[in-house]
Design a protein around this ligand. Structure first.
Ligand code: HEC
Ligand code: HEC
Ligand code: HEC
Ligand code: HEC
Length: 252
């Protein structure tokens, strides 16, 4: 142990219960911050199980020292369009959990489990272990930079909603979750349409030059997908204008 670290250790231990972690561990990264800045935990307790409550383990604690890993995680998140359902950092949708709040509240292992065993309304991205770790480092990093929100309770609507127009006309092939209406549809043939009309949705069928879906385009597509993309697989949906209005309203 260097002299500096040793002096710090003495100081921390004399600061009574404030820093019990160092009773059992040698301090490191002291120039960056206290243990809880990177590991959370309960620094006042010298009982291991209490001190380790909510611990960010070694595997995930480089979320703000390893800038390269964080940047790789950020790229995966943006390529996967997670923000069409989730708020991450300063941006994103509100249909699914605010991942800033999730990252502040849960451990890396919990988040990893959620990326491995995905909710039925969340697409399975089939990330490998290394990719999941990078995503989590980015989520922890992004959350740590967000100002804490006033308590806005998040209500998860993950149970299938009442059958509506979307369920009837689209739900056999698509799924979607909405902020107010919950999960809809059971299909897997077509894309998960959550956040379709937001800038976060990455379309695989829009013509080059059209980055995002608009309501007008969507109406055309539903009536005749091939008018938008000649190679479209989706069959035209036979639907009245009133029903179409209802579908659009549910998607919005
Ligand atoms: C009473 C002793 C004790 C206290 C107090 C304690 N720890 Fe630990 N800690 C241990 C032991 C023993 C291990 C190794 C066994 C294990 O991995 O659970 C460990 C492991 C760890 C690990 C590695 C876990 C992993 O899997 O990456 C981290 C990080 C850690 N502690 C951080 C902390 C922090 C931060 C605090 C203060 C908030 C703290 N510990 C308080 C005893 C303690
Ligand atoms: C700037 C972030 C940061 C701070 C502050 C920090 N750690 Fe760590 N800790 C890490 C990282 C990253 C690792 C993973 C191994 C590594 O890179 O050294 C780690 C690993 C550990 C481990 C696992 C054993 C090991 O060395 O691999 C323990 C135990 C631990 N830290 C305890 C602590 C304690 C106690 C404090 C407070 C005195 C603390 N850490 C402060 C980032 C931090
Ligand atoms: C189509 C919408 C959708 C997309 C896209 C999506 N998710 Fe999710 N995600 C969900 C739903 C639904 C849940 C279940 C909990 C809820 O209702 O928020 C969930 C839960 C999670 C959870 C657990 C949150 C908690 O607090 O328990 C994490 C972590 C997560 N998603 C990460 C991601 C990441 C990372 C991406 C991008 C790679 C992503 N999600 C893309 C819909 C989505
Ligand atoms: C019989 C199955 C089926 C039905 C019913 C269906 N779709 Fe599709 N949809 C698909 C398939 C398959 C695709 C994949 C893209 C393609 O057509 O090449 C798709 C693609 C889409 C896309 C493009 C997503 C992207 O990548 O940009 C949108 C938007 C869409 N559907 C909306 C709807 C809506 C809204 C309804 C209900 C009014 C609906 N679909 C009904 C099968 C279906």
């Amino acid at each position: 142990m260097g002299t500096r670290a040793f002096l710090l250790l003495i100081f921390l231990m004399s600061a009574a219960e404030v820093f019990a972690c160092v009773k059992c561990h040698e301090p490191h990264y002291t120039e960056v911050g206290t243990c809880s800045a990177c590991h959370r935990g309960e620094m006042r307790s010298s009982r291991e199980n209490v001190a380790h409550a909510g611990l960010i383990t070694a595997k995930y604690s480089s979320f703000y020292t390893d800038k390269k890993a964080v940047a790789s995680g950020e790229k995966i998140v943006s390529d996967s369009a997670c923000r069409r359902c989730h708020a991450i950092g300063a941006e994103g949708g509100t249909a699914a959990a605010d991942l800033n709040a999730s990252a502040m509240k849960y451990t890396g292992e919990y988040l990893d489990d959620k990326l491995k065993n995905v909710n039925e309304y969340m697409p399975d991205f089939h990330f490998n272990d290394a990719e999941r770790r990078l995503v989590i480092l980015y989520l922890l990093n992004a959350a740590s930079k967000q100002p804490e929100k006033a308590n806005e309770p998040y209500v998860a609507y993950i149970t299938p909603a009442k059958k509506g127009a979307f369920e009837k006309h689209c739900g056999g092939c698509h799924r979607m979750i909405t902020r107010n209406g919950g999960g809809k549809g059971t299909g897997i043939e077509g894309a998960n349409l959550s956040g379709l009309l937001t800038k976060y949705f990455l379309s695989s069928v829009l013509p080059a030059g059209e980055k995002h879906w608009t309501e007008k385009r969507l109406r055309e597509w539903i009536k005749n997908p091939r008018s938008v993309n000649k190679l479209a697989v989706m069959p035209p949906v036979r639907i009245t204008d009133t029903e179409l209005d209802k579908v659009i309203k549910e998607i919005k």
